[in-house]
Design a protein around this ligand. Structure first.
Ligand SMILES: Cc1cc2nc3c(=O)[nH]c(=O)nc-3n(C[C@H](O)[C@H](O)[C@H](O)COP(=O)(O)OP(=O)(O)OC[C@H]3O[C@@H](n4cnc5c(N)ncnc54)[C@H](O)[C@@H]3O)c2cc1C
Length: 490
């Protein structure tokens, strides 16, 4: 084990959860201010008219949020909205009825909303929060403020696509009138404008259409690396304000960010492992901590397969999944680090991993719902068990295999496990227990702070072996033999 790898586990202390990032509030604030300053351009001009609504989804950030900047440019006033959708916060997973969003992720998202509201306010706006279905809320809000367009980030998976479709239909049905009581005139219905923003490489810059996406990761990676480039982060104007001057009272004001209690959830704070802080500022703080403050980036390739503590890998995934961090911002920071400090295999490897993330996102667009089906996109026929007792022993960390149990307990207690840990518990459930992989995937969907449908189901279907191109070995046995260090969760 390298010196860097052993130091990565040394911060893990029994009896105290390690905050990620571990910066003070002042330090985080200073880092965020500096990042915003670097991405603000006083020369930006807006040329639009009327009101634009921004519907925040899995893009809970201000920095490098193209939907937000496009809405600003196309209007005279912007209304940012977040819908606390009961299907997401209180619903159940598709096949097995686990909670759709576990309490730890809900708490993380609440913190993301807090930071989003704070950063929007700093830019002259605010965040309107409503509980309910977007397809019911957005048309009535658009009508109240006479919006011409609702801007939102484009998604790729079926549940999100359905909501997009319903919102669009809902907007078609409303009628907006403008002007005073005398001489009122009808305006066209507001439109839903969906903007791509979830990946490092923009979908329009791929060297192939999504339908022709290579099925082998290496082919995909080599093609984008040689033929595409990552766009710069979008610049922000000094102010995004004002919000609309009328219509807000009619719809009951700005509303409040939910609490865990209001969502009917509660968490028992873990005193072990890592405690992730939600929000855009925390995300910017984590990049600062991992890249600039502790210089972990330069040893990432050697440490990334670790399992203990905050330092072995970037831990960016929870912020990426909620969209409180832009992958293009990470790209820019890696390039800045390479210029100012060092460029090596490790600095490249973070981008290599982010290309995996992009790849799963584009695969979900190519294969649609089949990534959620038992046989995966290749419709592989295989016999699976749904033995409840076996599954529960895996879920609750009671298999008797320390490596499996420690990882599963860590997942329940913190909402996070390492990439290696995920591969091992996935392989164990699927290959050793022979359990229907979707049960594992749905349990991850409940628990993971970084749950993202494309990455989660993409990785699970890989682990389940639907891809004939990737023959997954039974890694569990190898890893159990190599498992010398006792994880604190066991
Ligand atoms: C069964 C299984 C389920 C998974 N479910 C999810 C999920 O729901 N959401 C999620 O973000 N990741 C998922 N992953 C991928 C990966 O385990 C996590 O992204 C990673 O462990 C997060 O830690 P990190 O940010 O420190 O990663 P790092 O090692 O620091 O990597 C940097 C970033 O690259 C991306 N990345 C790295 N590996 C992968 C990968 N295999 N697939 C996709 N993106 C990757 C992530 O965005 C990550 O934040 C899953 C992996 C497995 C095996």
């Amino acid at each position: 084990m390298s010196a860097a790898a052993s130091s990565s586990s040394s911060r893990q202390v029994r009896g105290a959860a390690v905050p990620v990032p571990s910066l003070s509030a002042d330090e985080t604030g200073a880092v965020a201010d500096e990042a915003f300053q670097r991405h603000t351009s006083p020369s930006l001009r807006r040329g639009g008219a009327g009101v634009a609504v921004v519907w925040f989804r899995n893009d809970l950030r201000v920095l490098d949020n193209e939907a937000l900047v496009r809405a600003w440019a196309a209007s005279e006033a912007v209304l940012p909205v977040f819908c606390v959708d009961p299907r997401v916060f209180q619903g159940s997973t598709h096949y097995f009825g686990f909670p759709k969003t576990g309490a730890l992720r809900a708490q993380f998202l609440i913190e993301c909303l807090g930071d989003l509201k704070y950063n929007l306010k700093k830019k002259g706006l605010d965040l309107l929060v409503r509980t309910g279905k977007p397809e019911e809320i957005l048309p009535s809000i658009a009508k109240a403020v006479s919006a011409h367009t609702v801007y939102a980030q484009k998604e790729t998976c079926s549940e999100e696509l359905l909501v997009e479709c319903l919102v669009s239909k809902g907007l078609e049905q409303i009628q907006i009138t403008q002007g005073g009581t005398s001489g009122q005139k009808k305006s066209p219905n507001p439109k839903l404008q969906l903007i791509w923003g979830a990946t490092m490489y923009h979908i329009d810059d791929l060297p192939f259409t999504v339908n022709n996406l290579p099925d082998v990761y290496t082919q995909f990676r080599k093609a984008v690396e040689s033929k595409s480039s990552v766009r710069n982060c979008s610049k922000l104007p000094p102010s995004l304000g004002p919000p609309p001057s009328s219509g807000l009272d009619e719809i009951g004001g700005w509303g409040a960010i939910p609490t865990l209690e209001s969502l009917g959830l509660s968490v028992t704070k873990s005193e072990k492992g890592m405690h992730f802080k939600g929000g855009e500022n925390a995300a910017l703080g984590r990049i600062h901590e991992y890249f600039w403050k502790t210089d972990q980036l330069k040893v990432y390739k050697e440490t990334r397969n670790g399992m203990l503590g905050p330092d072995y890998s970037t831990k960016f995934s929870p912020w990426l999944a909620s969209g409180s961090l832009s992958p293009r911002y990470i790209f820019e920071e890696v390039k800045r680090y390479e210029k100012q400090r060092v460029a090596n295999d490790s600095t490249y490897w973070v981008l290599f991993e982010l290309i995996w993330r992009d790849y799963f996102r584009f695969l979900s667009a190519k294969y649609g719902n089949s990534i959620f089906h038992l046989g995966g996109p290749r419709k592989v026929v295989s016999k699976w068990s749904q033995d409840q007792a076996l599954f529960e022993s895996w879920r609750d960390g009671r298999t008797g295999y320390p490596l499996i149990d420690a990882n599963m307990r860590e997942l329940s207690a913190t909402g996070f496990i390492s990439n290696r840990g995920r591969q091992i518990v996935c392989s164990f459930l699927v290959r050793d227990m022979g359990i229907d992989w979707r049960m594992g995937a749905e349990w991850f969907e409940t628990c993971l702070l970084d749950y993202d449908p494309s990455s989660n189901y993409g990785n699970w279907t890989y682990g389940a072996g639907w891809s004939s191109l990737l023959q997954v070995p039974n890694i569990t046995k190898i890893w159990i033999e190599q498992y010398k260090q006792r994880n604190i969760f066991y």
